[in-house]
Ligand binder design. Structure first.
Ligand code: AMP
Ligand code: ZN
Length: 489
């Protein structure tokens, strides 16, 4: 273990707490995954990238992490109040496809997107439809424990009864009465006993296509239930971390906690971690508001809000520049700045191996390393960690220019620090890696021609080559060890 003092903000206690896993050396983490009825947008991607960084950092600290992130392929209705159609069924009808064709298409799309953003796959990726039996069993248990009731083929969670014995709003700290007053009154036809009650199992009307047999007739599970059933199946009744976007805390996660307590008398996760939203002009990016970008629109620049295309690593760098609990506002300027910053970082990474060493160091690399860890341990403060890594970039460039020095030992420490954090923890990677060998080959050929010109004292040609390369974006530098190049922006 490298460091034990990771502190993380826990929505449940509203405090930044020292992270201590239930079982030494192991971490169980559940993150609510996507509903696969349409292409995931950049906002969704931000949330999943944030948890990817947590997964990577915990792994780096030496924990054996079991990371479960589900795929919602049934039960997610259009409205949180158990109303509207199932999002996947609706899309299937619209496109005249089987619901599972929709699920397959958008699951593949989601995986492709996550791969482009260099997010590691979770350890287990369970689906709601693959766990209908577990959800029925959980519903039976909650009924048996007295916290749910059947009404006309559906099963509802009795929130008022639960709230009389437990703190139903523990996660958000909201006042129950205010919540009640803010919720629509039940109509005469309503099967629910209380206005905060939510469905565990929903009776399928004749035209509903996604349906399964149950003790209460043919139906389908409520959305909140799948996460309770799958998290406890793979991580136990109690586990370490539960995460998702901030918008999930008031309803989805609040109801998940209630279900798990009603079933096993235990609060499922100890640390509840919520990521803030990606916004566009201050408004949450969402499909329904029409302000969302799909990854391919972002990469090609083919969107009215985009001035040009940005690469996946530029976007990942942009995400890292904000703390996960702050909103991150999209803008062309911010992405252009991220593009420059990322290129500067990658150029420095290329110089690392070739840095000359000296008898003394002008910078304290160990202190720099401590600062990077301190930032990450402070509730995963990636913007601060990045700013320290950029101090590393400054040192690399200065040593490369001969303005500062590093000992052999410090050079090794700097290489290890930069590679570990930039590549392994923050998950950035060299782009166009397949082409770099070819570019290197081409550049070495051009530089040889230039050197021959110089040897013949044909400085007009050698200067022309330098100038032309500069125009394209290649900066060349003549040093004692020969000529090197960097890609400028
Ligand atoms: P969904 O597929 O709608 O269930 O959403 C998947 C995840 O993306 C959830 O954790 C949401 O909280 C999150 N999410 C949705 N919109 C945004 C946004 N604009 N910024 C960040 N995360 C978001
Ligand atoms: Zn969930």
């Amino acid at each position: 273990m490298i460091s034990h003092d990771l502190k993380i903000y826990n929505t449940l206690t509203r405090q930044t707490e020292l992270f201590e896993p239930l079982h030494k050396g192991h971490v169980g983490m559940y993150v609510c995954g996507p509903t696969v009825y349409s292409n995931a947008h950049l906002g969704n991607a931000r949330t999943f990238m944030s948890f990817d960084i947590l997964f990577r950092y915990l792994t780096h600290l030496g924990y054996k992490v079991r990371y479960v992130r589900n795929i919602t392929d049934a039960g997610h209705l259009e409205s949180d109040a158990d109303e509207g159609e199932d999002k996947i069924s609706k899309k299937a009808k619209l496109e005249q496809l089987e619901p599972m064709e929709i699920v397959q298409r958008y699951t593949i799309d989601f995986h492709n997107m996550m791969q482009l953003f260099n997010a590691l796959p979770p350890s287990i990726e369970p689906t709601a439809t693959g766990h209908i039996i577990e959800q029925i069993e959980m519903t039976k248990k909650i009924i048996a424990n007295g916290y749910a009731y059947e009404a006309n083929g559906s099963v509802y969670f009795d929130v008022e009864k639960f709230a009389a014995q437990h703190n139903y709003t523990a996660l958000t700290g909201r006042n129950l009465e205010d919540l009640m007053n803010g919720t629509r009154e039940l109509g005469g036809q309503d099967e629910k006993r209380g206005r905060l009650d939510f469905a565990l199992w929903i009776k399928a009307n004749p035209e509903h296509i996604m349906r399964w047999p149950s003790p209460w007739g043919e139906g389908f599970p409520g959305w909140h239930l799948e996460c309770s059933a799958m998290s406890s199946k793979y991580l136990g009744d109690q586990f370490d971390i539960h995460g998702g976007g901030m918008d999930l805390a008031p309803t989805h996660h609040t109801n998940e906690i209630a279900q798990n307590i009603a079933c096993s008398h235990k609060t499922p996760a100890r640390y509840w971690i919520h990521t803030n939203m990606l916004t566009v002009n201050g408004q949450k990016m969402s499909k329904s508001l029409g302000n969302s970008f799909l990854p391919h629109e972002l990469f090609t620049g083919n969107h009215p809000l985009l001035e040009k295309g940005y690469s996946p690593m530029t976007v990942r760098f942009f995400v890292l520049q904000a703390h996960y609990r702050s909103t991150l506002d999209f803008s062309n300027e911010a992405l252009q700045a991220a593009e420059k910053g990322f290129a500067r970082l990658m150029n420095a990474m290329k110089l690392l191996d070739g840095l000359k060493t000296s008898a003394t160091s002008t910078t304290n690399i160990q202190a720099l390393k401590d600062k990077v860890y301190a930032a990450m341990n402070d509730d995963l403060n990636t913007p601060i960690a990045l700013s320290h890594l950029f101090e590393g970039v400054r040192v690399i460039n200065s040593v490369s220019d001969g303005k500062e020095t590093l000992t052999e030992l410090d050079k090794a420490l700097l290489i290890q620090l930069m590679r570990t954090f930039v590549f392994d923890v923050l998950g950035l990677k060299e782009e166009n890696a397949v082409n770099t060998d070819k570019i290197d080959g081409l550049m070495s050929m051009i530089l040889n021609v230039r050197n021959e010109a110089k040897a013949k004292k044909d400085f007009a040609t050698s200067d022309l080559i330098r100038e032309k390369l500069k125009e394209i974006g290649f900066e060349i530098k003549d040093g004692k060890e020969g000529t090197t190049y960097t890609l400028s922006n």
